[in-house]
Design a protein around this ligand. Structure first.
Ligand code: SF4
Length: 244
């Protein structure tokens, strides 16, 4: 097949990264799948990625793994930009082993058809795309779709295992504490519980006061309504008497 025939066949989707960095600079979280972890463990990329991995609970029953920059202050809990993007050189620090989500972007697959996750990607319509490069893009989108499905099945289990392991570790740590340290810890926990209860009580009192104030003001309105009604009744009575 000649190049021109390949391009003709792939005319529906043309995308070539412009290396402008706009995607890597704007995303505040990048979905990560079990397959990404397996690949990174095998090729050693896991080390630079590990500090930025987070498990995110998405109620009611799903957990997902993401990579994101840590929040630097309370006002900006979701700082934008990928933690692995090299802003100076405009390149991904793990380019040859980038996450499936990034590799497939902006194409995605839902098990039936391919679609665009971002119609504003600067790479859309850029350059040419042969049938071979189109097939590679489709393959990456299919891989991402399969990775989503397997992660949905495995992540909750992994999450439970991690939580159980953390709980077991803390129980072991507790057991290894001296009696004196255990007592100090219990005192600290009990103090923090008391503080929380006092805070809750204060909040509840404030809420009750607010409700009382609201009720009082409602009563005032009711009184006014009653007065108005009585006045109206009297006027009507007077008018009827005059007519008679
Ligand atoms: S992992 Fe690489 S390609 Fe993906 S958003 Fe981060 S810098 Fe960009």
């Amino acid at each position: 097949m000649s190049d021109s025939e390949s391009v003709k066949e792939s005319k529906k989707f043309v995308h070539n990264c412009t290396k402008c960095g706009s995607c890597c600079e704007k995303w505040s979280e990048i979905p990560i799948y079990i397959e990404d972890l397996q690949k990174w463990i095998a090729d050693g990329t896991i080390h630079p990625v590990l500090p930025f991995l987070q498990i995110q609970e998405t109620p009611p029953a799903y957990v997902r793994l993401i990579m994101k920059k840590p929040a630097t202050n309370e006002e900006d809990p979701n700082p934008s930009g990928c933690p692995l993007y090299d802003y100076k050189n405009k390149i991904c620090n793990i380019y040859s082993s980038m996450p499936l989500y990034c590799a497939s972007y902006p194409l995605a697959y839902n098990g039936e058809k391919f679609y665009l996750v971002d119609r504003d990607s600067p790479g859309l319509g850029n350059g040419i795309m042969t049938a071979e490069t189109l097939e590679s893009a489709r393959e990456r989108a299919r891989n991402q779709f399969e990775a989503v499905s397997s992660s949905i099945a495995i992540l909750p289990l992994l999450y439970t295992m991690i939580i159980s392991s953390i709980m077991q570790k803390s129980q072991e740590a507790m057991a290894s504490l001296s009696d004196e340290d255990q007592q100090q810890l219990e005192e600290l926990l009990s103090k923090s519980k008391d503080d929380q209860e006092t805070e809750d009580e204060t909040d509840s009192k404030e809420d009750n006061q607010e409700t009382e104030d609201e009720t009082d003001s409602q009563d005032e309105w009711e009184d006014i309504d009653d007065e108005e009604n009585t006045e109206k009744e009297n006027t009507e009575k007077e008018n009827t008497e005059k007519e008679e």
